[in-house]
Design a protein around this ligand. Structure first.
Ligand code: GDP
Length: 434
């Protein structure tokens, strides 16, 4: 999916625009208990097209040393991996030397750059336009991130320059697309090598450029899979090696492209914010998920109990996923992971019949009616399936707008159990007619 990267000096309004661009998808997982969001990476949708948004807030692209320098390095990485750059300036404070510096950097980028003048509400657009034109990045687009003015036209212009979406048709013929993700050093490469080293890797084409993600088809016990690469894997003899360093953007794109995500955690380390952010992103995309808690061979029984409770405490919103304790190095527990991948894929793609959904809904409402919303009892009439991976159940009725999250979760749990859906999240949408 296309990656939009926001750059600009502090306080120009990057996070306000970020929030606006990612709002559509945010709503889907807003009330998940325990979920903390990473404010720098998010997904948005325009019509039927999804996009990834990266906010480089805090990673100043021109700093020379210390922590600012490290942030600059991350900003550089984001710029290098962007499909489109949004360079944001502040229309109220006018052009500053810092803007000039960033513009100098961006003029050397071979990707489309959109110059976005923020805080443009009530301003004279012609005057603003002329002032910022001097940056040499083309005609500025004046918006107000806070009010939302000009944001939709900006997205339309962005999608004009992006290549059209490639249809996912070729992905249908093989089994699940699997992404193995996790923060650096948890053992992803080791796991991939264990998995692919033992198995038959079907010949595949190397892409022409390193910017294209590749997927590696392989079969195991007579089943076919496609492994989505996150690090530019190259084959060296019998082993694969990563040719690039860890990239959050590639990780998020792999999650988007996958049917099933294997999130690798390191049993010798506590669950970190980075683990939680990657996990939160998986939840946001609705992908099926399997947890592989790796390096199990290197930890004693005390630590084993500790990490189990750490995972439960810090990632409660992943309780739908099966957990496996594995050693990628010693090739232990891998079969269990793959069998959970199969089950999670089957659950994610399950066909849920309308009569059964409606009957289950009626039973659930009889057992426990939805609470009254402003004096009226919501009425649920019938349910049908509205999508797969994740399965979406659409419930029709009247007065469904104010159904509390706790009741939605009650229905979710009931459907999950009735259809034995394991390893995938489930989404419920309400459609009210009057
Ligand atoms: P990546 O950055 O997630 O791809 O991690 P690597 O696969 O490069 O592994 C990082 C380090 O952890 C390497 O030194 C591996 O040998 C080690 N490692 C990976 N898996 C295991 C495991 O199951 N047990 C132990 N003890 N070490 C492991």
């Amino acid at each position: 999916i296309p990656t939009l990267v926001l750059v600009g000096r502090p306080n120009v309004g990057k996070s306000t625009l970020f929030n606006r661009l990612t709002k559509t998808r945010d709503a889907l997982v807003a009330d998940q208990p325990g979920l903390t969001r990473d404010r720098h990476y998010g997904v948005g949708r325009l019509g039927s097209r999804d996009y990834l948004v990266v906010d480089t807030a805090g990673f100043d692209p021109v700093a020379k040393d210390g922590i600012m320098h490290e942030m600059a390095r991350q900003a550089e990485q984001a710029i290098a991996e962007a499909d489109v750059l949004l360079f944001m300036v502040d229309g109220r404070s006018g052009l500053t030397p810092h803007d000039q510096e960033i513009a100098n950097r961006l003029r050397r980028v071979d990707r489309p750059v959109f110059l976005v003048v923020n805080k443009g509400e009530g301003a004279n657009r012609a005057v603003l336009g002329a002032e910022f034109h001097a940056l040499g990045l083309g005609a500025p687009l004046v918006i107000s991130a806070a009010h939302g003015d000009g944001v939709h036209p900006l997205l339309d212009e962005i999608f004009e320059v992006l290549p059209p979406e490639t249809p996912p048709a070729e992905l249908e013929d093989v089994g699940p697309r699997v992404a193995i993700v996790g923060r650096p050093n948890v053992g992803k490469s080791t796991l991939i090598n264990t998995l692919l080293g033992e198995e038959r890797v079907i010949a595949f084409d190397m892409p022409g450029t390193t910017r294209d993600a590749i997927s590696i088809p392989f079969s195991r016990n007579g089943r076919e899979y496609k492994l989505i690469d996150t690090a530019g894997l190259r084959r060296r003899g019998k082993v694969f090696e990563a040719v690039e360093k860890f990239s959050v953007i590639k990780t998020l794109q792999a999650i988007e492209q996958a049917n099933v995500v294997v999130l690798v955690l390191d049993a010798s380390q506590d669950v970190s914010d980075q683990d939680a952010h990657i996990a939160g992103f998986v939840l946001e995309t609705g992908r099926a998920l399997v947890l592989a808690i790796n390096k199990w061979d290197s930890v004693d029984s005390y630590r084993r109990e500790q990490i189990k409770s750490d995972v439960m405490r810090k990632l409660p919103f992943l309780s739908f996923a099966r957990q496996h304790y594995v050693s990628a190095l010693k090739s232990q527990g891998i079969s269990g992971v793959m069998s959970s991948v199969d089950k999670a894929f089957a659950a994610a793609m399950a066909k849920l019949s309308t009569p059964k959904l409606t009957r289950l809904l009626e039973e659930a409402v009889t057992k426990q009616a939805p609470p009254k919303v402003r004096m009226f009892r919501p009425k649920m009439r019938y349910a049908h399936q509205g999508g797969s991976n994740p399965p979406i159940i659409v419930i029709h009725g009247t007065g469904l707008e104010g159904i509390p999250a706790s009741y939605t979760r009650y229905l979710e749990r009931m459907f999950m159990e009735a259809f034995k859906l394991q390893g995938t999240p489930l989404r419920i949408q309400f459609r009210s007619s009057t």
